[in-house]
Design a protein around this ligand. Structure first.
Ligand code: GLN
Length: 304
């Protein structure tokens, strides 16, 4: 399979959609990112690396960090986690307050913001320093020891994150946060501000394609069953109220972020990541989704 050629042609075709989305501006710092950026990487389990465009440039991974939180939380508390957070698609925006209200403070799934706030609370309970633990985990998965949080992005979100703070207060009111709201949102905003490139993200997702084992060291991070469960949640909840559309067009478990990144896995074969900052109404990268749709169409590789 000529993945390199496929990535390059997919990038070209996706570029025709330039201008059809908008760079996220509700976190002011994200609005500074040049909209024309595009990068894509694919790393196969045999170690082959394919990349095009700005695949080596770091960007704000935002909600893709929720995958690292979920993997860590499952490692720490196992199935008990699902007493505090559900595993059904939300069919609602990622920051919906109304759903959290009528479901009495139990977030519908770990990938909406309320769910990730609960994951963060779990990490705070079981780890001495949740912020460092998530950073270390991402460094280990990606093989990049110099990954960092972007302090300006974290501060920008802290200054404008009223909805997330409201969600956290709601969770607290329902007894589903054990730590102070301020502590939970501070850690959450930092997790979202993590900067990674497409190459680093694709490498970081490889253990999920490898049934929970880090390919370079052979170290098992999740059991086969835990990996199945996490991947199922990626498929059904990774793109908020556009999860059906992503499964329909791309056919891979994956996760998006409002920074314009998407990481996705083809179990047993490869992991891929794409970045293009212009997002649609649902918070998913327009050109990123197109490029992934072309990748799975032209390779004939998807989970279906
Ligand atoms: N930090 C963002 C927020 O909490 C993450 C949202 C996203 O990437 N979908 O609003």
């Amino acid at each position: 399979m000529n993945y390199q050629q496929i990535l390059e042609t997919a990038a070209q075709e996706a570029s025709l959609l330039a201008g059809s989305g908008t760079v996220a501006s509700y976190i002011p710092e994200l609005a500074k990112v040049p909209p024309e950026r595009f990068g894509m990487a694919l790393i196969a389990l045999d170690g082959q690396v394919y990349a095009t465009g700005d695949a080596g440039e770091r960007f704000s991974i935002q909600s893709i960090s929720k995958v690292f939180l979920l993997a860590l939380a499952i490692r720490l508390v196992g199935e008990d986690l699902f007493e505090r957070v559900g595993k059904e698609p939300s069919g609602n925006p990622f920051n919906s307050l109304v759903q959290l209200e009528y479901e009495h403070g139990i977030p519908r799934n770990p990938f909406i913001n309320a769910g990730a706030l609960v994951l963060t609370d779990v990490l705070l309970e079981h780890l001495p320093d949740a912020k460092s633990a998530v950073l270390d985990f991402a460094r280990r998965l990606s093989g990049s020891p110099d990954l960092e949080y972007d302090a300006a992005v974290a501060a920008s979100e802290r200054a404008t994150g009223f909805t997330n703070i409201a969600l956290a207060n709601f969770l607290k009111a329902h007894g589903n946060l054990r730590h102070p709201v301020e502590q939970v949102v501070d850690a959450y905003f930092h997790h979202c501000s993590l900067q990674m490139s497409c190459l680093e993200l694709a490498r970081a997702f490889l253990f999920l394609t490898n049934h929970g084992v880090l390919p370079n060291t052979g170290e098992r991070l999740l059991s086969v069953s835990q990996t199945k469960r996490l991947s199922a949640i990626l498929l059904t909840c990774g793109f908020y109220d556009e999860a059906g559309e992503f499964a329909f067009r791309v056919g891979l478990p994956g996760k998006s972020g409002v920074g314009g990144g998407i990481a996705a896995i083809m179990p047993g074969r490869w992991a891929t990541a794409v970045w293009s900052p212009e997002i649609n109404h649902y918070g998913n990268s327009v050109r990123g989704m197109k490029a992934l749709e072309l990748l799975t169409t032209w390779t004939g590789e998807s989970i279906f």
